[in-house]
Design a protein around this ligand. Structure first.
Ligand SMILES: Cc1cc2nc3c(=O)[nH]c(=O)nc-3n(C[C@H](O)[C@H](O)[C@H](O)COP(=O)(O)O)c2cc1C
Length: 392
């Protein structure tokens, strides 16, 4: 069975003459909601999302699929927001418990089918966007237990379905603005869980550390502007874009969703592209459920491509492994054993922000061995499922 997830209008896709058994087209994706990160599809209604829209049946369709085609407009070397919405809503296809593949943590598979993955990213793309897209698609295939067949980059949607790519376009070069301390910094919380997220806690911790460090250094602390990133809305609010536009630096806080940025953040970046002041410094503060922070890096490449496209400066980011521990440890001492690594990584970001300096890539592993993190995380899923009267 061939399943296609595609951001083209149904009629336009059908006009390409490509056969499919199940087609999720633009209209279906537009009418659906973004994942809200509640994990009900793992612990309350396993395999089924609680949102009753066209994407509710996606995991069950994937369980019957042996060929998956993903067709998306290029968004900085990642999927377009609409296609990303569908992929984020597909996690019910996976089992919450973990397996180790290639010495990395991934999810166990709920179903036994074998899927071959092909992906087309249409529209102009640069060489580095193609590289990051291939990394993301390969990571998706590994995570979802699929066989990666290939990625192709046609110039327009008309080339979708053919296993060939157009020539890459040159990347825009952005000169780093002279090093000055920023005056207004946007702290973007792009977690669909909003104030209940690990991202919210990390940004609050950063803001607190910021005040303390500025006082120590005897400098005036820059203004910090909290920016929400509404999900589940058909579009990201104008307010968020305007708040970002009024700042000379931004920290994009987000959880890794399906090896990439959550759908709402991709949409925010697309809308903010022409609005940011040239020279705005962009940093990231990302966490993920798996153990290895390295799995976050392809998403940094997408943010870097966004910065090039928007004419703003990519300054680097913090990647935190073991995100499942961040909230349970939030009440513990900041420099105690369980929080120290995360706090030190956040402090490096504070230092770079205060001086307008480059951060590079800061990777932070959890303070436990991987087997212990895996056991603790699986226990947490089991407890939540038991509370809901569900056997995993
Ligand atoms: C739709 C969805 C997709 C996810 N994809 C990944 C993933 O690819 N890799 C990973 O390690 N964790 C993944 N996670 C787990 C989150 O990254 C993790 O729970 C994170 O700590 C949530 O942070 P937050 O509380 O700031 O939202 C995913 C979670 C959801 C809901």
């Amino acid at each position: 069975m061939r399943t296609i997830i595609c951001d083209l209008p149904r009629r336009e896709f059908e006009g390409l003459g490509i056969e499919s058994d199940a087609l999720f087209a633009r209209e279906d994706l537009l009418a659906a909601r973004d994942c809200c990160g509640c994990f009900a599809c793992w612990v309350r209604t396993p395999g089924t999302c609680v949102f009753r829209d066209e994407l509710q049946r996606l995991p069950e369709v994937l369980a019957r699929t042996d060929e998956l085609w993903v067709v998306a407009r290029n968004a900085f070397g990642g999927y377009s927001p609409l296609v990303k919405r569908a992929l984020d809503r597909a996690i019910g296809y996976l089992h919450p418990n973990f397996r180790i593949v290639n010495n990395e943590m991934h999810h166990r598979l709920r179903y036994g089918n074998r899927v071959a993955l092909r992906a087309w990213l249409y529209g102009p793309s640069t060489e580095s966007e193609r590289e990051s897209f291939e990394r993301i698609a390969r990571a998706n295939a590994l995570n979802m237990g699929q066989d990666f067949v290939g990625t192709w980059f046609p110039e327009t949607a008309a080339g979708v379905g053919r296993e060939e790519s157009a020539a890459a376009v040159p990347a825009r070069s952005v000169a780093l603005a002279p090093r000055t301390a920023p005056k207004r910094i946007a702290l973007v919380n792009a977690s669909p869980k909003g104030p209940r997220s690990a991202t919210a806690h990390l940004l609050a911790d950063l803001a607190e550390a910021f005040g303390a460090y500025a006082q120590l250094a005897g400098v005036t602390a820059p203004e910090l502007v909290s920016v929400g990133c509404p999900s589940a809305a058909p579009s990201v609010s104008e307010k968020a874009v305007q708040a970002l536009a009024g700042c000379d630096a931004a920290v994009l806080g987000y959880p890794l969703y399906v090896d990439a940025l959550p759908a709402g953040l991709v949409e925010l970046l697309e809308r903010a592209q022409g609005e940011l002041a040239p020279g705005t410094r962009v940093y990231t503060l990302a966490n993920l459920g798996f153990y290895e922070p390295e799995q976050i890096l392809p998403s940094f490449a997408v943010v870097e491509s966004f910065c090039r496209a928007a004419g703003v400066c990519w300054m680097g980011g913090v990647a935190l492994g073991g995100g499942g521990m961040i909230l349970p440890c939030a009440h513990m001492p900041r420099m105690g054993m369980m929080r120290r690594r995360v706090s030190e990584a956040v402090d490096e970001l504070v230092g770079a922000l205060l001086t307008g300096g480059e951060l590079g890539t800061v990777l932070s592993k959890p303070p436990l061995p991987r087997f212990a993190y895996k056991l603790a995380a699986e226990r947490q899923w089991r407890t939540q499922a038991q509370k809901a009267g569900v056997k995993l």
